[in-house]
Design a protein around this ligand. Structure first.
Ligand code: UTP
Length: 218
């Protein structure tokens, strides 16, 4: 199997967006092989917030977040009829890919996000594209909540990194990628396609290498 690694942002697990999750799973079922990395979504956020209030250290908040990603990944994997364990590392994921041509995983180690996992998996599997399925339809040139924000169709790694690090943009404010992911993409020249889960046929156009609506980081 070739094709992109898919990073399924955890936001699709919000109760109000359940129909999109169902539709995504229904469509991915028909895809022969896939490499899917699943985010933690509201479950990760809620549990991390609760644990932070109780004084846990950041490292353990990440450990909690990883568990949420793995639970979401388990749900998706079982829904797809897979019987494999959820891999705990990229190496394990690569082995599953070799055996079954399919892998569904969540996070791996503290200190990063599932987006970074998806880029590392793409490197390990020698894939040239990651499709980032998220809750925004494009990158915008500023916080999309601000007046006059414009969609970006394509952007270089360096410009995307500059955008994230610019002080005008609060950390994480509607920016669907982190710096580590962008750095991994840049060092291995992996294209990132950002698409909204709210347009499932568009998501699968991006996955299938066809014209799609969204932002390409390359
Ligand atoms: P997500 O990948 O869902 O992070 O992992 P996120 O950035 O909050 O979500 P998206 O990508 O914008 O939708 C949830 C949390 O789990 C921990 C981190 O704390 C992260 O915030 N995590 C996840 C890790 O520590 N390591 C991993 O490999 C993955």
């Amino acid at each position: 199997m070739s094709g992109p690694v898919i990073s399924l942002g955890g936001s699709i697990f919000s109760k109000s967006d359940e129909k999109y999750l169902m539709e995504f799973i229904g469509k991915i079922r028909k895809v022969e092989g896939y490499a899917l990395v699943v985010g933690g979504g509201p479950m990760a956020r809620d549990e991390i917030l609760r644990l932070r209030k109780l004084g846990a250290k950041e490292y353990y908040l990440d450990v909690m977040g990883i568990q949420a990603t793995r639970l979401n990944a388990t749900m998706v994997s079982l829904a797809l009829g897979n019987l494999m364990e959820i891999p705990r590392s990229i190496d394990e994921a690569v082995r599953q890919m070799k055996l079954y041509e399919k892998v569904v995983m969540g996070g791996t180690e503290p200190g990063h996000t599932t987006d970074a996992v998806s880029l590392l998996l793409a490197e390990a599997l020698d894939r040239d594209t990651v499709v980032n399925v998220t809750n925004v339809d494009h990158l915008y040139d500023r916080d999309p909540k601000l007046k006059g924000a414009n969609k970006i169709e394509s952007i270089s790694y360096s410009s995307a990194i500059a955008m994230i690090t610019s002080e005008k943009r609060a950390a994480g404010a509607n920016f669907p990628l982190d710096i580590l992911s962008l750095n991994i993409a840049r060092r291995s020249n992996i294209k990132i396609k950002i698409v909204s889960f709210r347009n499932p046929s568009n998501v699968f156009r991006a996955i299938g290498g066809k014209e799609f609506e969204g932002t390409t980081v390359s």
